[in-house]
Structures are given as structure tokens and as C-alpha cells.
Design a protein around this ligand. Structure first.
Ligand code: FES
Length: 130
């Protein structure tokens, strides 16, 4: 009986016969290096009113995991390594509405995106702002 063997299988068989240690390497499933999410979590369904200090660097939480919303507490380092805080320095003291949903198109400021259905109907993580 003749069997048709594809080129890939032929190479695999050849490699296995010559070097049996190579089989687990060739047949091993691809490994996902990270399971950490790169999308932010919704920290709040509304913006935070804050007083910004002119000339001072502020770090706005972009991942949504910070417990010091809307500012960064370093939680992205363990919970969302693909996301980093947005650092900004206001020119002068001012009041501002900083985004709490983390989906604004004008970070760090609220642009009204939080009014959309996908934000308003989302489940919030435990211990977050509503
Ligand atoms: S709170 Fe995110 S856009 Fe308003």
C-alpha cells in the first residue's frame, strides 16, 4: 500500500528518527506568553471631579485597576502590564473632570463616552466606584 506523506510529515518523521528529542518541540502547542488583559477595566461609570495643581505631574490611571481613582497607584504593573498611566502636567491650578470609565477618546479628560450603553450596562469590578 502506497501512502502519501506530506513534506512536513516527512521532515517530522526524519527528524524524529534522527533526533527523537525534537518531537516534543515540534508538536508542542503554541504558548501564550501572557494572559493579562490589555483592555482597561471600567473603574467607574462617571468621571471624577478633581483639582489639578499647576506645574505638578499627575498620573492618570489608564488601566482601571488603581484603588486611588482616577490616579495611578501602580496596579498596572501586576494587573495590566500592557497599559501604562498617562502622565501630564497642567499649566495652572484648575478643576477638571477626569475619565473614570477609561474609554475616553481624550485622555485623561472625560469626553462623554461613559454615557454609551457598553459602559452603562457593564459590570464593575468589586470595590469600585459606581
Ligand atoms: S468617564 Fe470616561 S468618558 Fe466620561
Amino acid at each position: 500500500m502506497n501512502t502519501i506523506i506530506s513534506g512536513r510529515v516527512r521532515k517530522l518523521v526524519s527528524a524524529t528518527l534522527i533526533q527523537p528529542w525534537i518531537l516534543p518541540i515540534i508538536t508542542a502547542p503554541k504558548v501564550q506568553l501572557s494572559t493579562l488583559p490589555t483592555e482597561p477595566v471600567i473603574a467607574a461609570k462617571k468621571p471624577f471631579k478633581v483639582e489639578l495643581i499647576g506645574g505638578k505631574r499627575h498620573s492618570w490611571c489608564a488601566c482601571g485597576h488603581s484603588k486611588k481613582q482616577p490616579f495611578c497607584d501602580g496596579a498596572h504593573k501586576t494587573k495590566a502590564q500592557g497599559l501604562i498611566p498617562l502622565r501630564f502636567v497642567p499649566e495652572k491650578d484648575s478643576k477638571a473632570w477626569l475619565c473614570g470609565c477609561k474609554y475616553t477618546a481624550n485622555p485623561p479628560y472625560c469626553d462623554g463616552t461613559h454615557k454609551q450603553e457598553f459602559i452603562q450596562s457593564a459590570l464593575l469590578p468589586v470595590n469600585t466606584h459606581s
